[in-house]
Design a protein around this ligand. Structure first.
Ligand SMILES: Cc1cc2nc3c(=O)[nH]c(=O)nc-3n(C[C@H](O)[C@H](O)[C@H](O)COP(=O)(O)OP(=O)(O)OC[C@H]3O[C@@H](n4cnc5c(N)ncnc54)[C@H](O)[C@@H]3O)c2cc1C
Length: 435
């Protein structure tokens, strides 16, 4: 049952979210909404046993901050599709930006610790975890893996503290799954490069201070990487409106018109599209952990909800059909956790191949789709309200199923590895066009 302290949490507007006060006890008489996050019960096979002391401590810290600082405000910001900038210092305090990167003010976490943190952030809010992953596992990691010593020293310390925010711009309006065909150009001029083209879907790009941009070198025809500063003349990022998922994440359409990038800001470690795979191999591990976190949050909410709400004189948890759904969700989560954990261990032992990373991302997002869908059913009408997390998580999972390679593309990456046959491009384009 909702208590008066619940009401207080949403009526005092102490988080400055500008929302109208809501009397929760009237709106939700029989169940507690996600602004008061439930205790974790989804870790049924005690995954904590597989973590070391440092990783366990980090997990607990991330969980506490997310439940306390983000859970009370997330539905409101999601509804408004706005980013809660006042949360950035709280996320900075977690010490997770930069993940596994050592030095340059970065935390040098184990890959498992870093992935677990991503999941714990996603458990409460998937948008926050995407914000961190784009900044850390895509942009910062590209600078760490492909940048010069000077670039690492110049950019990473402030990014690690979230004093500056980064984005990672690969996708273009005409090249999504087919990103290696991208058309944005980089032309050599005295002292630097001129970038011309468009990017689409770029997370954090409407406010990012630092943009990692991929463009085709007009001399070599290869993909190169560049660090572009927010204030560069000719650069414009416009927010993509009307998204149905990850609404807190600010995705942008970027236009680059003769944007000058000095030589010192070219990433010398990116000389072809293959170099982006070094980054994607790691970031796909992180993305594989987002569906785990989202599913854990949904399960925890459902578990509480089914015991709180009654129909036909009994708690919803007493109905066998509901129990089976709950157990199916729980089973999915245990399996997803073990897949995520093996990805980390394969990475640590140097045995993570692109196919293995892709299978983890594809399969976890597939299982999470089933899990959040079951959760949505279990909550009945409240399953379509962002206030109970599940509807929001249901929507947030859709872009995760699609980004960092869609389910299909990641499946094809794995299939190429195990069969030796690449099937990305239709073999007989000419014949197909006559059908
Ligand atoms: C919320 C969100 C955030 C994002 N953030 C970023 C970001 O920060 N930076 C960035 O660079 N990009 C980002 N992206 C872009 C994302 O990576 C692309 O959306 C994704 O790669 C798919 O490309 P597309 O949307 O153009 O779909 P398309 O490539 O047009 O695909 C459409 C459908 O066709 C299928 N398909 C395509 N090719 C094949 C094939 N060869 N075989 C079988 N099926 C195929 C796909 O699986 C999909 O089902 C983001 C996207 C979203 C939605």
């Amino acid at each position: 049952m909702a208590s008066s302290s619940h009401n207080q949490d949403r009526t005092d507007d102490s988080h400055g979210d500008g929302l109208q006060p809501l009397d929760i006890s009237v709106a939700f008489p029989q169940a507690t909404p996600a602004s008061i996050f439930p205790p974790p019960v989804s870790d049924y096979y005690q995954f904590d046993d597989l973590l070391n002391a440092e990783e366990r401590t980090l997990r607990k810290k991330v969980r506490e901050v997310m439940e306390k600082e983000v859970a009370p405000i997330m539905a409101g910001y999601w509804e408004k599709a706005e980013f809660p900038f006042h949360v950035i210092p709280k996320l900075a305090g977690l010490g997770v930006a930069g993940g596994t990167i050592k030095g340059y003010g970065c935390p040098g976490l184990s890959i498992t610790g870093s992935a677990m943190a991503a999941a714990e952030i996603a458990r409460v809010d998937a948008s926050c975890s995407t914000f961190v992953l784009v900044h850390s596992s895509l942009a910062m990691l590209t600078i760490a893996l492909c940048g010069s010593e000077e670039q690492k020293q110049k950019y990473l310390p402030s990014l690690a503290q979230f004093h500056t925010v980064a984005c990672w711009a690969l996708t273009e309006p005409d090249y999504g799954s087919d990103a290696s065909s991208l058309k944005t150009t980089a032309t050599k001029v005295t002292g630097g490069w001129l970038l011309d083209g468009q990017k689409r879907w770029i997370g954090n790009s409407t406010f990012a201070d630092v943009l990692v941009v991929f463009a085709r070198n007009t001399s070599t025809n290869q993909i190169n990487g560049f660090i572009v500063k927010k204030s560069s003349p000719g650069l414009k990022a416009t927010k993509i409106e009307n998204k149905i998922g990850l609404r807190i994440v600010q995705n942008g359409d970027i236009v680059l018109r003769k944007v000058f990038v000095p030589d010192e800001d070219r990433l010398s470690g990116v000389s072809s599209f293959q170099d982006t795979n070094k980054v994607l191999a790691v970031s796909r591990i992180m993305v594989a952990w987002q569906p785990i976190g989202i599913s854990m949050g949904v399960f925890d909410i459902c578990h509480r909800y089914l015991r709180e709400r009654k129909q036909f004189g009994a708690p919803l948890a007493a109905f066998q059909l509901n129990q089976e759904k709950l157990v199916r969700m729980l089973g999915n989560i245990q399996a997803m956790l073990l897949v995520g954990w093996r990805l980390c261990k394969l990475y640590e032992s140097g045995n993570l191949t692109p196919g293995r990373a892709s299978l983890g991302k594809a399969w976890n997002s597939l299982k999470a789709r089933e899990t959040v869908s079951l959760g949505r059913e279990l909550l009945g009408g409240n399953g379509i309200l962002a206030d109970f997390l599940v509807a929001k998580a249901f929507c947030d999972l859709e872009p995760i199923y699609t980004y960092e390679g869609t389910y299909d593309i990641n499946s094809l990456v794995t299939a190429r590895e195990i069969t030796g046959i690449a099937s990305f491009k239709p073999a007989v384009l000419g014949k197909a066009s006559r059908l």
